[in-house]
Design a protein around this ligand. Structure first.
Ligand code: BV8
Length: 232
């Protein structure tokens, strides 16, 4: 039995909840210039534009609901006799709202705010603006608690430790283009861990996986979870 399962998720797991993916046709990075809204330099240049970008996504997220793929992963965590850890690149809270408890948000969380001066974090207001003052130090450099390009993702030590101990690494709904997340499958392979990709179509890292299944997340995730829970 695959006792310890580490699951990496990307935007594809939230796609059927109506939250945009990044690099598909009509994806977020086809509408916004990543350099302007998802880098520290972009935030320095125009914090208002960055807040606008994340305010819109925070609103979408609040109006969205978890889908059958999120629910299946929560069921896996609840019923699997071994250990299940979700490492998500997503900044939405749909895994938690579906009932998952062990979730690491390596790229941060849309619903949290961060003070760029003192590092304090708190629940973000629905609408954030450059004038907001930090509740701790009162500085007016509050930002979404998001990891931008060029910034170190969160909890990397914990992630690599879990990866090293896993029996199975599963990558769900990600194009495998953003590092260091896209490199996790290589880490798993080097540690001799079985790897599975569940995605709508081949990702950039598909050839590195022992097994690959293609389809909509709300179809292939529940059926994979049923297989694991029935011991097949
Ligand atoms: C860092 C912000 C270093 C939040 C994001 C090598 C090593 C290390 C770094 C680099 C490297 N090479 C380049 C880099 C730099 C960079 C990088 O990787 N650039 C890429 C573009 C080449 N990486 C970084 O900057 C990272 N930081 O490395 O720091 C460092 C070291 C020391 C000290 C300081 C720093 C930080 C990366 C995080 C950036 N922030 N997001 C936000 O706005 O959301 S990344 C962004 O991309 C999102 O977080 C998103 O989650 C992530 C990954 O995208 P995906 O989730 O894969 O989404 P995508 O649209 O691409 O794909 C969706 C997939 O779903 C598709 O395959 C599609 O087929 C599938 N799908 C669609 N619908 C469905 C479906 N599947 C199933 N069912 C469906 N219905």
């Amino acid at each position: 039995m695959d006792n310890r399962i580490v699951i990496l998720t990307g935007a594809g797991v939230s796609a059927e909840s109506g939250l945009g993916t990044f690099r598909d046709k009509g994806g977020i990075w086809t509408k916004y210039d990543l350099a302007e809204v998802a880098t520290p330099e972009g935030f320095q240049r125009d914090p208002g534009k960055v807040h606008e970008f994340y305010n819109a996504r925070r609103q979408n997220c609040a109006q969205a609901s978890p889908n059958a793929a999120h629910a299946a992963l929560a069921r896996l965590e609840e019923r699997h006799l071994g250990d299940v850890l979700i490492v998500t690149q997503n900044v939405d809270d749909l895994h938690e709202r579906a009932g998952s408890r062990r979730v690491i948000h390596m790229h941060g969380r849309l619903m949290r705010a961060l003070c760029a001066a003192c590092g304090e974090t708190w629940d973000a207001a629905a609408v954030m603006s450059p004038e907001d003052a930090c509740p701790q130090c009162r500085a007016q450099v509050t930002r979404p608690d998001i990891v931008w390009f060029g910034e170190m993702p969160y909890q990397m030590d914990e992630i690599y430790e879990a990866l090293g101990d896993a029996d199975l690494f599963v990558s769900i709904g990600t194009s495998g283009q953003v590092y260091p997340a896209a490199g996790f499958v290589q880490e798993a392979r080097m540690a001799g861990i079985r790897t599975l990709e569940l995605n709508l179509e081949p990702s950039d890292g598909t050839s590195a996986f022992d097994e690959v299944r293609h389809g909509q997340a709300t179809d292939i995730i529940p059926s994979w979870v049923d297989e694991v829970l029935s011991g097949r």
